[in-house]
Design a protein around this ligand. Structure first.
Ligand code: SAH
Length: 385
């Protein structure tokens, strides 16, 4: 139980009492990123002891399969010159370590010339990330893509990063969609409706006929991020993979949620002590990347991992383990790739979106995930010895 308002709740109440209601995007930016009390700035968020477990923390197999995909892409890029591996929101650094270790085996020459970049706002997490990869690389740290200069092809990855970027909610009221805001009411935070409305041009067809009180979400910060990155990819060559809980088609629904101690928590209680997320609507992001000159593709996490050869790799790893370790590995594969959503399996809820430079800019990089599965199913034939 939490005794009284958190320091961040008090700060938000003062802010709202002085300046008026704030929208969900501003609320989220402060709940997660307030320099003093923000969730990512203070909490041990990730892992078994934290509030939620992400795919890289479930098993090394996750990072290995991403590395398989990147290895296939590297094959089609120029064999020398600059090459950038960029991770957005690297958490504890586990995914980067697994990717670098695997690429070191599969593409050692490429790793030698690779510039390793971590885009991370939390100083506390940067320390963990630096430690996690110190035996493999000396990463550079940046606050945002905007301030990052990149020469040459880019391999970009972000797991559960897009869902941490602020989004806005609009609630249907009569014929208008009004912005959902956070207000101060009787000394506590509460939801209300603000003055901003969403114009008809911003509403996809799925919104017409929505019932009174329906919620529609947009994420301008996510869209701006993808537009910037896709334009760079189209110019420099390379690919980006973003993995998140989300959907490939736009939908109606309130996906704002707080997670604490591996369980859902009330969004406006324990602000700064719980993670705040939403489901990612990938449809506008894919459309924006296409507009910026990228080829795009989207698979469920299960399809992606199976296509990259997770079963073969697990078989190989498991052969050297005792029974209980092998059983743990089997459970990790099911958790990552299985589609039993009710039992916490991530395979169908999570999606892997890929953006790649179009053929012209990259010297022939084909559409990501062309046909079915991965660009080439060669992932299944990788020699893990
Ligand atoms: N990718 C990791 C962590 C996911 S949690 C994993 O899968 O385990 C989200 C991560 O994004 C955290 O590292 C958080 O500090 C970082 N983050 C959140 N907002 C960010 C922003 N605007 N710019 C850069 N990093 C951000």
């Amino acid at each position: 139980m939490i005794a009284g308002p958190t320091p961040l709740e008090k700060r938000l109440l003062r802010l709202i009492e002085a300046g008026g209601p704030i929208n969900i995007a501003a609320f989220m930016a402060l709940a997660l990123g307030d320099p003093e009390h923000g969730y990512y700035m203070r909490r041990e968020a990730l892992g078994a002891k934290g509030d939620f477990t992400t795919a890289p923390e479930v098993s090394q197999l996750f990072g290995e399969m991403i590395a398989v995909h990147l290895a296939l892409v590297i094959e089609r890029l120029p064999p020398d010159g600059p090459l950038n591996l960029v991770e957005f929101g690297p958490g504890r650094g586990t995914l980067m370590a697994d990717m670098l270790r695997t690429l070191g085996k599969l593409r050692p020459a490429a790793v030698k010339r690779m510039r390793v970049v971590m885009v991370e706002t939390s100083g506390r997490l940067r320390d963990l990330q630096r430690k996690a990869v110190s035996h493999l690389a000396e990463p550079e740290f940046h606050d945002s893509l905007q301030t990052l200069r990149l020469d040459g092809p880019v391999l970009a990855v972000g797991n559960e990063f897009l869902d941490a970027l602020p989004f806005r909610q609009f609630v249907k009221q009569g014929s208008a969609w009004r912005e959902r805001v956070v207000i101060a009411e009787d000394g506590a935070l509460a939801f209300g409706l603000g003055d901003a409305v969403l114009g008809a041009a911003d509403l996809p067809p799925v919104c017409s006929g929505a019932p009174e009180g329906a919620v529609f979400e947009i994420a301008p910060a996510r869209e701006a991020f993808i537009a910037t990155l896709a334009a760079r990819l189209a110019r420099n060559g390379g690919t980006a993979l973003f993995i998140d809980y989300g959907h490939a088609r736009p939908g109606i629904g309130d996906t704002l949620q707080a997670v604490r101690d591996h369980a859902p928590a009330p969004v406006l209680a324990a602000v700064g002590l719980a993670d705040i997320t939403s489901h990612v609507d990938f449809a506008p992001l894919l459309a924006i990347a296409t507009r910026e000159g990228c080829a795009t593709g989207i698979l469920s996490q299960g399809e992606f991992l199976l296509g990259a050869g997770i079963l073969q790799r697990a078989g190989r790893l498991g052969a050297g383990l005792d029974d209980s370790a092998r059983e743990n590995l089997r459970q990790a594969v099911e958790r990552l790739a299985g589609s039993d959503t009710a039992h916490g399996q991530m395979g169908s809820l999570f999606k892997v979106a890929a953006f790649a430079a179009g053929a012209a800019a990259s010297g022939g990089l084909s559409a990501p995930f062309a046909g079915h599965g991965l660009p080439v199913n060669a992932g299944n034939a990788i020699d893990w010895a």
